[in-house]
Design a protein around this ligand. Structure first.
Ligand SMILES: Cc1ncc(COP(=O)(O)O)c(C=O)c1O
Length: 409
């Protein structure tokens, strides 16, 4: 086969990752040998983890671990089939009921991942004559959902309600149904979707509103109920989805809304019907995390005091954090190569965080995505701050600070 007819030819010419590997600064797929949540052992060395989504630090909570083990003892390790046919556990339904009640919704449907929840829900709701209005910085799973849905997609400028209104004004009348879709908290920049304005626009232009609360569940609002509760608007969106792969220390996703809509998704979403069910230990983990989040507000409080401290200190140092006001705090570095080098130096100094480069961000918008958790100790945060200060200075990104001692060592 020659290179024009060989489907695999692109694999030979794909050199991007190899170039970064050859430079010795490849930051992806770092093997983790052990973890306690806020710290990991990688390449034999303990490092402070400021690059995970374990916001409430529940991955190692004794109650969560016990619940996961009990579920394995009771149900075994896997469901070996779709919930639709042979894998529907009482545990899945318990999780759905408690989560629906926590989110102030009539019903909830649990998927095997958040990615599958977006793919299945959006693609089954949006028909040929319908349209999706999609924020340009929505998560990849939403972008893929818009490709799977048979209706049109119109993208609006990131979190720009003036642009959304302009597009609604010029295009809405061409379509039957319409769905406005956005992340509640944007996964890279950490900013919060302008929900109140979007709710008003949805109402004015007869659209349904869909919020992806992957980074908001357990985090936003006084009780961690999500973006709506942050704005004191619980129930304002027509559908909310989320994932258990972040605050809820597991894997799996959900969509929550009215009983009628959830019933429809349950019987139409192909990523739900034709994919194996969330394993018992994962479902039990998510359920126990939900109960802990409900019963113990101290974790949520500690998460926010850590996030506020980091935000304040990083801004004072002179980092551009894109005005984040959530536990996701991006540090704008500039070009991709500098971000790779910066992340490698961080790693060498025992701090684990990854760079985000094109195409996930714009040209010269490469950043280090940092994120914080309830279980970070003051010493770990101090160490991360000192390291970030030293490197920021060395790379010419910020001003001065001194002193180094790794509490994780
Ligand atoms: C905003 C957002 N939506 C959806 C997902 C997908 O969730 P999951 O990891 O459960 O597939 C993610 C995960 O990174 C996310 O950040």
């Amino acid at each position: 086969m020659n290179s024009e007819t060989d489907l695999f030819a692109k694999c030979q010419t794909f050199k991007d990752a190899k170039r970064v590997q050859a430079a010795g600064v490849y930051p992806f797929f770092r093997p983790i040998e052990a973890t306690c949540g806020s710290g990991v052992i990688s390449h034999g060395q303990r490092r402070v983890m400021i690059g995970s989504n374990n916001y409430l630090g529940l991955t190692h909570h004794p109650r969560v671990i016990a619940a996961a083990k009990a579920a394995i003892d009771h149900y075994g390790t896997g469901c070996t089939g779709s919930r639709f046919l042979n894998g529907n556990l009482v545990l899945h339904e318990q999780l759905e009921q408690e989560l629906a009640s926590f989110l102030g919704r009539e019903a909830c449907l649990v998927f095997s991942t958040g990615f599958a929840a977006n793919l299945g829900s959006i693609s089954c709701l949006v028909g040929r004559k319908d349209v999706i209005y999609c924020d340009r910085e929505n998560h990849a799973s939403i972008m893929d959902s818009t490709q799977l849905a048979i209706g049109d997609t119109i993208k609006f400028r990131h979190n720009d309600m003036v642009d959304l209104e302009r597009l609604l004004g010029s295009t809405r009348q061409k379509y039957q149904g319409a769905l406005i879709v956005a992340d509640g908290v944007f996964s890279m920049s950490g900013d919060i979707f302008k929900l109140p304005a979007a709710v008003a626009l949805a109402k004015k232009h007869q659209c349904r509103l869909y919020i992806d609360d992957a980074h908001a569940l357990g985090v936003m609002g006084p009780k961690g109920q999500g973006t709506e509760s942050h704005f004191n608007m619980l129930g304002a969106a027509d559908l909310v989805m989320g994932t258990f792969s972040k605050s809820f220390a597991s894997i799996g996703g959900y969509a929550a809304g009215s009983a009628e809509v959830i019933h429809y998704i349950k019987h139409k979403a192909r990523s739900f019907i034709f994919s194996a069910a969330m394993p018992p230990a994962a479902a039990a983990t998510a359920l126990e995390c939900l109960r802990i989040a409900r019963e113990d507000p101290s974790r949520h409080a500690r998460l926010w005091s850590n996030a506020r401290r980091m935000n304040q200190e990083l801004c004072q140092m002179g980092y551009n954090t894109l005005d984040s006001c959530t536990p996701i705090i991006p540090l704008v570095i500039g070009n991709d190569d500098t971000a790779f080098q910066f992340a490698q130096n961080l790693y060498d100094m025992s701090v684990f965080a990854t760079p985000i480069v094109r195409p996930a961000v714009r040209e010269c918008g490469a950043l280090i995505r940092t994120s914080y958790m309830a279980t970070h100790s003051d010493e770990e945060l101090e160490y991360a701050l000192n390291t970030l200060h030293l490197l920021g200075k060395n790379f010419g990104i910020i001003g001065k600070r001194s002193g180094q001692q790794n509490p994780a060592a």
